[in-house]
Design a protein around this ligand. Structure first.
Ligand SMILES: *Cc1c(COP(=O)(O)O)cnc(C)c1O
Length: 377
């Protein structure tokens, strides 16, 4: 079987939730697990993070997968609903709705529902993506509170645009706008993403919404999750498929972009952009072979990469290759590519088998199914 795997350490997930708790005291925690749990497996992550107070996903489809897997906690649909006919399912499944514009508000108030829906009113305090304008917030909140389609309590949520920059006043300005928008409104508030959990205590409010830090990854542009006391959850792993004794002047891979400067061993590992290991990963990017760094050479192909083995001439097919993990931060690879770790994690392709490691034996429902599908023993 092709050895390309994403190992998911469920104990690390739990430890990272502990870090959120430690940073935020008694605040309630909405664990953000959209985009298939940032590529780690939606239901697997939800089961591992049973200690969270609620979950956040993008849409109804993700929310219903969690309900089908037996998740009974509060689940927020962060993008709300896409058409009014989703409202009945949302109410029936008991999913929380993030409401972000006037049209949605009108549709919710006019819908005929069997159960009231729990609503989070999204206020745009400066991100200018989704949300009611601050001056509309109080009016919208009052209409929600008066509706038989809406369950009590109605809560308020905003999203921070620049929390990963600890010197940027934008975060304080956004929080000031939020306070002003809901002055006199007795509502629980949520604003903090991972960067704000770690760097902006004044944003913590009643509910925090960490995503990336739960996966052991730093939300900040520099450094790594490990430096923040977090435990990386995913190890992307494969093995060496071939070792070639190349001659000086031999060109390696598509476009002949690497030419051997001397006689040298070149390794071929079974991973490529078809697995989500980006084609933008440049030559020189480190991977771990037998636990030690070797540089990538040539271009990333769909199913393979090539490695400079001059520091490990004894390496042989079958030897383990790690693309990122606790000993090679995904943040470092992301910086090489000019992107953020979020994108690399979400981009790990479906064909990469997820294999659970750690003591996460207490799985039930589709967590087990994911595990079986992963073929782990
Ligand atoms: C994705 C998301 C988060 C989590 O952000 P991180 O940077 O991963 O912590 C929080 N809130 C909302 C609304 C989001 O969409």
């Amino acid at each position: 079987m092709r050895p390309t795997r994403a190992l998911i350490d469920t104990d690390a997930l739990r430890r990272n939730l502990g870090c959120v708790r430690k940073a935020t005291g008694g605040r309630r925690v909405i664990a953000i697990i959209k985009a298939d749990g940032y590529g780690h497996g939606l239901c697997r992550v939800a089961h591992a993070l049973e200690g969270a107070d609620a979950f956040g996903v993008a849409c109804l489809e993700e929310g219903s997968r969690l309900r089908a897997a037996g998740v009974e906690k509060q689940i927020l649909l962060l993008e709300g609903f896409f058409s009014a006919d989703e409202l009945r399912d949302i109410a029936q499944l008991g999913l929380d709705l993030v409401l972000h514009n006037e049209e949605q508000l009108r549709q919710l108030l006019e819908a005929s529902l069997d159960w009231p829906v729990t609503v989070w009113l999204k206020v745009d305090t400066g991100m200018h993506r989704l949300g009611f304008r601050p001056e509309q917030a109080r009016g919208a909140w009052q209409r929600l509170v008066g509706s038989h389609n809406v369950a009590e309590p109605v809560r308020v949520l905003t999203h921070l645009a620049c929390a990963d920059d600890l010197t940027d006043y934008a975060t304080s300005k956004q929080m000031a706008r939020l306070r002003q928008a809901i002055a006199g409104v007795d509502a629980e508030v949520s604003a903090a993403n991972s960067a704000a959990v770690l760097g902006w205590p004044e944003t913590h409010g009643d509910w925090v919404r960490p995503g990336i830090m739960l996966y052991g990854v730093s939300p900040f542009p520099d450094g790594s999750g490990v430096e923040q006391g977090l435990s990386p959850v995913m190890t992307l792993r494969t093995s060496l498929l071939a070792v070639n004794r190349c001659r000086r002047g031999d060109a390696v891979g598509y476009g002949a972009s690497f030419v051997c400067p001397e006689d040298m061993p070149v390794g071929v590992a079974a991973i490529g952009y078809g697995d989500g290991y980006s084609r933008h990963v440049p030559q020189g990017t480190p991977v771990l072979l037998n636990g030690r760094r070797v540089p990538l050479i040539g271009r990333v192909s769909m199913d393979m990469i090539t490695l400079d083995l001059r520091t490990q001439p004894q390496a042989k097919p079958g030897d383990p290759v790690i693309l990122w993990g606790p000993d090679l931060p995904v943040e470092e690879v992301a910086r090489q590519v000019g992107t953020i770790a979020y994108e690399l994690l979400c981009g790990v392709a479906q064909r990469v088998v997820r294999e659970e490691v750690g003591s996460g034996q207490g799985l039930t429902g589709s967590g087990q199914e994911e595990k079986r599908a992963a073929g782990s023993g």
